[in-house]
Design a protein around this ligand. Structure first.
Ligand SMILES: Cc1ncc(COP(=O)(O)O)c(C=O)c1O
Length: 382
């Protein structure tokens, strides 16, 4: 064991301005999921990402839930989702009684494989079993190949909801990750690159749909003085206090991306000399926010498994985590159909997420490198 303080995977990194903005909310007494700070957060979000409209919600999961509702996803529909992801973007498929079908990712981007998607769409079109929606994921802050995916889906008029929960600040071509799909969802959970403590956004270029999302997120209340409802909604609106934190965080997004990328590069430089260690690739079409630095271990060259490295790091008070367990391996989705090319399974077996928080000091990063090098190569490391 060690007396050194714990280094976490990814913790909130406040700029200091957030407290001032939270103070403004206190002064206005909008201690509620309503008020001008929420409008301000939505406007700042749109200015940052280029989306025409955005609804500030209580989580990324809630944002996906509403996106699927807006698309009319219902009992018995199929929704195709990238296999390698976190369950938050997938559970809402089940909330609507629909069936998730898992499509694998490509080894060069770790995001939905467009070739596999093209093939499956052709097969499904022939058998009349096209999905109601397709959900690619911007994994660990790396955008999927959105234009390709959207143009494939457009041929069959299938809407794309991109799960950009991890991708605030990431770029796809010359635009923000997530822009260009029918809907994009983002998470502002505490572990993300910027946070509202808990929160999410549903974004689109379709203002009417986003206005409807806001209405649905507030119990689908008709605009009359008495409480009148013609359909059921949700209680998913983002509280003002959270929005205030978000306004402050958006101001420093670029700095946060710069620091996460710098941490990634420092790790990459240090691990270059360890045989069998590779860094998550960066797609040539974009710029990842490097939300988490992820490495893979080649078992023919590295004697330890990612799980063993995690345990060794844990003993030194350093938090590492395996790559997301593919959705098709989750017991809850045991009966779901999967179209696998082996990549998600392979990455789960060989991948490891490293501490990547932008508030980490250079010394923290060096400590992780020391701990990891020893775990990977034994005490002779360094
Ligand atoms: C890929 C992905 N999708 C969805 C979510 C769900 O977001 P939230 O935690 O805000 O509900 C997360 C993160 O938590 C995520 O990483």
């Amino acid at each position: 064991m060690t007396d050194e303080p714990r280094i976490f995977l990814s913790v909130p990194h406040m700029s200091g301005r957030e407290q001032e903005l939270v103070g403004e909310v206190f002064d206005s007494n909008f201690i509620a999921p309503a008020g001008p700070m929420i409008d301000r957060f939505e406007a700042a979000f749109c200015a940052t990402t280029g989306h025409r409209a955005a609804a500030a919600l209580s989580s990324g999961t809630g944002a996906m839930d509403i996106a699927l509702r807006l698309l009319g996803v219902e009992q018995g529909d199929d929704v195709w989702v990238a296999d390698l992801t976190f369950i938050g973007g997938v559970s809402p498929v089940r909330y609507h009684g629909a069936n998730p079908v898992f499509l694998d990712v490509s080894a060069d981007t770790w995001t939905l494989d467009p070739a596999l998607l093209a093939n499956e769409l052709e097969i499904a079109a022939r058998s009349g079993s096209l999905p109601k929606a397709v959900i690619p994921v911007d994994l660990y802050g790396q955008s999927c190949d959105l234009d390709q995916i959207v143009s494939l889906c457009d041929r069959y008029r299938i809407p794309v909801v991109v799960d950009s929960a991890e991708a605030m600040g990431a770029r796809y071509k010359d635009r923000h990750a997530g822009k260009g799909a029918k809907f994009a969802i983002y998470s502002f959970n505490g572990n993300k690159i910027i946070t509202t403590s808990g929160g999410g956004v549903l974004a689109s270029d379709d203002d009417e749909m986003i206005a409807r999302a806001r209405y649905l997120s507030q119990q689908a209340r008709q605009p009359v003085a008495h409480y009148e409802h013609t359909e059921t909604g949700y209680n998913y609106r983002m509280p003002s206090l959270c929005a205030a934190v978000g306004v402050g965080q958006l101001e420093v997004l670029e700095e946060r991306v710069r620091r996460r990328r710098e941490i990634f590069s420092t790790y990459a430089g240090a691990f270059e000399k360890i045989p069998g260690v590779s860094m998550m690739p960066e797609a040539e079409y974009g710029t990842s926010n490097r939300w988490l630095t992820v490495i893979t271990l080649d078992p023919t060259e590295v004697e330890v498994t990612p799980a063993e490295v995690c345990l060794k790091a844990e003993a030194q008070n350093v938090e590492c985590r395996p790559v997301w367990k593919p959705m098709h391996q989750q017991p809850v989705f045991e009966t779901a159909r999967v179209v696998s090319n082996g990549t998600s399974d392979d990455l789960f077996t060989r991948g490891l997420c490293l501490p990547s928080g932008s508030a980490m000091s250079d010394q923290d990063v060096q400590r992780v490198i020391g701990v990891l090098s020893e775990a990977l190569m034994g005490p002779q490391a360094g």
